[in-house]
Unconditional design. Sequence first.
Lengths: 727, 373
Amino acid sequence: MPCDQALRLTSIVLASASFVGLVLGASLPGWLIFLTASALLVALSRTGNVTAITSVVRLVTLSPTTWNVLVLSGFLGFWIDSLWISGDLLTSGIHFLLVLMIIKLFNLQHRRDYVHLFAISLVAILAAASLTSELWYFPIFLAYMLAGVWTLLLFQLTKDAAVPSAAMRREPEPLESNRDVTPKLFWLANGLAAATFGLTLVIFFVIPRVSAGFYQKGYGENIRTSGFSNTVDLGSIGPIKRDRSVVMRVELPDRQAHEVGRFYLRGLAFDRYDGRSWANQLSHRRSLSEDSPETFTLRGSQSHKPSPHGPALRQHIQLEPLDTPVLFAAPFAESINGRFPAIQADVTGALYLPFPSSTRIEYSAVSRSNTVAPADLQPQPAAYPELFIRHFLQMPVQSERIAALARDVAESKQTIYEKAVAIQDHLSSHYRYSLDAPLAAQAHPLEEFLFDRKTGYCEHYATAMVMMLRAIGIPARLVTGFLATEWNEYGNYYVVRQQDAHAWVEVHLPHSGWVMMDPTPADGDSPGGTLPAWHTVQSMLDSVRLRWNRFFVQYSATDQLAVMRDLQTGSASVRLRTLDSLAAFLRPLTDAFETGIDSMTNGGLPHVVKVVAILLAGCGGVAWLVWARPWNWPRRSTGAAGNEQAIVQLYRRMLRQLERRGIRKPAAMPPLQFIRIIQAQWSTAGTAVASITELYCRARFGRVPLTREELHRAQETFHQLTSLSRS
Amino acid sequence: MLTRLRAIVQRFTYHRSTRLTSEGLQFLFFTLAVGIAAINTGNNLFYLLLSMMLSIILVSGIVAEHCLRRLEFHRHLPDLLFTNELATATLVVKNRKSRFPSFSLTLFDVCDGQDIDRGLVIRELPPGASKLLSYPLVAARRGRLRLDGVRVITSFPFGLFLKKAYYPVAGEAIICPEIKPLADEALQDLLAAGQEHTAHRKGSGSDLYNLRLYQAGDDSRAIHWVTTARTSKLTVRETEAESQRRASIYLSLLAPDNLDTEFEEAVAYTASLVHHLAARGYHLQLTAGASRSSFGQGEAHLLDLLRMLALCERRAPHAEMRSDTDRFMEPPDRVDSGALIVVRPWRGAEVPSMPVPALLVDAETFLGASHAM
């Protein structure tokens, strides 16, 4: 492929990369996507010399003045869009950018047009970066960088003697624009791209992070969730239980998955139930004190007596932008570490940001759950203050049947704890879990759940347990949050989705304080056994996504300072830290490799066959690349060798055509002698046959390459030959 | 102080310098814009783009530096050049790097600090390879041509910067005055005028020297048949030795400043005269200002005379009129010095009194008019 053609191709690829970035990041109108994609396809087909499209485009060639008028119209449209249609400067700017790209793609002729297209695509990829922080941006960025390096390199190579006095320039070698992209150039460009990428990473991690913050914007709309406001209707969690959107990722640096099991992330606690909805009447917030920079400590306890604490649990949480200011952590959070202006907490121990975050946030939490004190295992009378009773023993008026049921279930038990466990067991064993429970429409949804349908989901179970406990005088409250069960083995973290939204119960024991209980049985619909292969891929991708967020999106001046501190303390720790980071980044790959090896050794013959087949396919692919050299294909098809093949094929088609007309060329007969036979037997075809034969002999035996015009002429001659009739 | 500082900076940047191309300027502008956006928003993806653009700039610098490093140049210039006459100079470039090729090199001759474009371009120079480049060289003025070095420029790999490197590769050539064709008539006149003063000697040649009686051993081809028939005595023809034709040429170097063109024309005329007389086998002596050559003949002598003419310099009359180094006033060495031709670019220059009549060539002659006797 000649360099100028390659420049055109890489410019279009560059524009395509930025266009895909915008399509994925911004919600563009369909007609604009269609128009831009069409323009890219037309430009691409013109590069590939698709005759039909090229001739059609030639027919609608517009003058430069018309193009300028179109640009001005686009600019006018930008203001109209900005003021009346989209009403947003960024959105209308992106629309205008794509209009400019379309115009430039149709008008890609001069060198300055390539510069303009480069600038447009740069602004487009910048706009895409402002609209997203998702993982897909990374491959788009890589494609953009590769195409950018190629474009710049080819632009330089095809430059017509940039230095002064071009008239004096003597060209002992052919112009670059006429030269092909050789394998050497191919590897040179890719090597430069690799070097650029390596340097990009270094600069990215080293460049000081300074954020003046005059203009900061989130990435689109926040994830809508429910169950995390001061008032929650019973059954409101149900709809989001089918939503697989990821809301957070939680790492537990001190523990492994098998040590943790089901992992609860506490959000809000509710004290008042009116028969249809829960409310938090203790929502008065106070700001947490900042003990050390970015570390907020929760002082005091929501229980009226101190309680023995379990072991501390550290968590690193990456929270997606939600439409609630609630911060989630394992119960019960003691301190939060993160870059927040402030953190607030209410009396129930729920944590809040001052306002919902529009961007992904990352923080660490230290939690300590309450364990049941031995004193609570002994029957002792409990006395609660009036305020405590008003909030945590409150019941709606119509709950007499529920109280009777609670007394029945717990009557044989002596202690508060035993009664609570009995109610929990009763609910989890006598009721069926199902998301298809339209209880919200009922007048008395709780009674409907407990006595009629006996089918429901977490909210119904938790509400029922709280009401039953309160009915027999045990303080309890409903807690909403998430129950994480999906462990990503490649990244060693929990993936928490919307569908993991959960409600459970906190029971107050006189000596232990608030103790967590969950009456909801395991979801019968959840898949068990071996996970499908796509799940493995999904887990790996999610793990990469986590690292992308950690190392790229969330990388901050604090991380840089940490590295600097390490540098000061000693190079060994930096080396270890670097190796750790590298190992963490590559962990999905190494884990996949280890899994493959494990499968080979433990999985029996089918796994061995699979792995061997994959290895063989990989080796075959590499061998094919070395042998076939696909990067040379465009050159073969468009260069001299391609023309030679084309004329040989044309000559064969001519022979077949002549054979159909009754003149067969013996295999041993030389082509020139065959011309004489044609002239003798079919004189009208003699000239055409002689012309094609002459070009054939020249290319085939004379090794004189044919030009495109000569090949085109030969094809036209062949068409004339086919239209001739032999009398 | 400022001048000194500038000189220091110039010396520092002489061997390496970088200039932005128009595309590079635009790229830098975009980099700045992305940098401002990154600082303003704190968006790490903006920082990623900024890093990419900065790394492209860095890669440009590093690769361009590698292209220009460890090159070796050898220059060859002809020993003698003539003004306004095409000659061929050669430059050998060798890439002494063991691994990295050099790409897109444009070479300039550097003369008196000025870059002279010879149209030399090397698209690729593999590691360890060398390339011979030849280019036409036309000198506009006579004198000494000094080339200080070679400036190598590359915009590889991305065309954002023009990086320059200077390699000192000295080269020197003598530029002789232009040799112009002389009118046959004028030349004949000059030769005729000096003929009577030429010391005639027997020898091989074409002109008649003497007739004498045939002696045994004489070449039969030398028999002069007309005289033999008339006198009935075998007579042979002796020829004048051409190698013994002599001419002394005097070039006055005195000319005021406003007659520089006339002076150059006088030098060119003298060179043409020397060239033509040498071609006719004359023994020539040239006096140019204080320099005087010996009588001589042949290619080497001719080149010496032309070199003298290439390097002679005009002298202003008020200071040099009576200079004891100016031998213009001195008579020739010998009486039999042959034809005496005095070339005078300025009429104010005194003509010396010669032992033999001299042929005076004034500005009118070499500027187109006939010569004066």
